[in-house]
Design a binder for this molecule. Structure first.
Ligand SMILES: [Fe+2]
Length: 343
């Protein structure tokens, strides 16, 4: 069963809260107490927030959107020949449309093409010079924004600060070295799509989505209504993933969301570039001491502590990404091999 909290009726949030980066952080980048609370409460109420003024360079976003369109315009055959890796589950490079199946949508695959990136061993697209460089620069900016937002959540979830270091060192060592196992996607959805992305929760800690080029993102409220996530250019949509629900003892919601076809005409594409902020999966995840008394009915997992790999393994089996007969240790070993040696 994939939980989505249909029984929750204590909070009725019908809009995704809008916040400003400057309200959450001071000019030195330190979370403001009131801003951290506003951000945390948005994620507790509906699991989503729209933030204006996040520190992304607009030219970097524009370049990524422009180059992704050049890449997808090469066509499925050329992309399959030059930069597609089904042998690693399309975790890097090009994934053709109708590959991912939404388990909540009757087995129908999503109508979307993807270029996928991670923290290591990314692939070039030989026909589009500078594409990888631009994508990696955007990825790096997302790592910084995600880390700042995790800092704000640490302040919110653990006001006494006992476990801030633990939480932040899931992503960076104390010396600042990045160790996150994040994932970024450039996605193109055709206006002819029957369905763009089936409803799902995100498995990671925190997802970042700079305003997409096209409507269609919707989030399911705690009362079961689908709410359109409205954005202006320059906005950043942030949502909590399943791992954040776990470490917050269920306090923060990882809510269902989907992408629907909202095109008025049958030509053109929707483009987006979500970033999924994952910790270093080798580290242990546990419910923060400050969240141990949260009501258990908001928790998606029965565990109190588990490694990131084991939690992700459970999630990926739930979503039928990992075969039933693959043992967790073997899966973890193959992921570590990929990290160390490439593919
Ligand atoms: Fe998602």
């Amino acid at each position: 069963m994939v939980p989505y909290f249909p029984h929750m009726e204590t909070q009725h949030t019908l809009e995704v809260p809008r916040l400003s980066w400057q309200g959450i952080f001071d000019s030195a980048g330190t979370p403001r107490a009131a801003g951290a609370i506003a951000f945390g409460e948005a994620l507790c109420g509906i699991g989503f927030a729209v933030i204006s003024g996040a520190p992304f360079r607009q030219d970097l976003l524009d370049t990524n959107y422009a180059l992704m369109q050049e890449v997808f315009a090469l066509g499925v055959d050329r992309l399959k020949d030059t930069c597609s890796h089904p042998e690693i589950g399309f975790q890097r490079g090009y994934m053709p449309t109708r590959t991912e199946v939404g388990i909540r949508c009757g087995g129908e695959p999503d109508d979307k093409e993807v270029m996928a990136f991670g923290s290591y061993h990314n692939v070039e697209v030989p026909d589009v010079p500078h594409y990888l460089q631009a994508a990696e620069a955007y990825y790096s900016a997302c790592q910084d924004v995600g880390y700042s937002l995790m800092h704000a959540l640490a302040v919110y979830l653990d006001p006494e600060g006992n476990e801030h270091d633990y939480l932040l060192e899931l992503f960076r060592r104390a010396d600042g070295t990045r160790i996150d196992d994040s994932h970024m996607r450039h996605i193109r959805y055709p206006s002819s799509a029957k369905r763009m992305a089936c409803e799902h929760t995100d498995s990671n800690m925190l997802s970042l989505l700079p305003a997409a080029r096209g409507k269609g993102l919707e989030v399911r409220s705690t009362t079961g209504e689908w709410i359109a996530v409205e954005t202006e250019p320059g906005d950043l949509v942030v949502n909590a993933g399943d791992m954040l629900n776990f470490i917050s003892g269920g306090r923060i919601l990882s809510t269902l969301h989907r992408v629907e076809n909202r095109f008025q005409q049958s030509e053109g594409f929707r483009h987006s570039m979500p970033f999924f902020f994952h910790p270093d999966h080798r580290q242990e995840l546990h419910i923060l001491q400050s969240c141990m008394l949260e009501p258990a009915d908001r928790r998606m997992f029965a565990h109190e502590r588990i490694t990131g790999y084991h939690l992700l393994y459970e999630l990926l089996r739930l979503y039928q990404v990992i075969p039933d007969d693959l043992p967790v240790d073997q899966w973890e070993a193959s992921m570590e091999h990929l990290k160390q040696h490439g593919f």
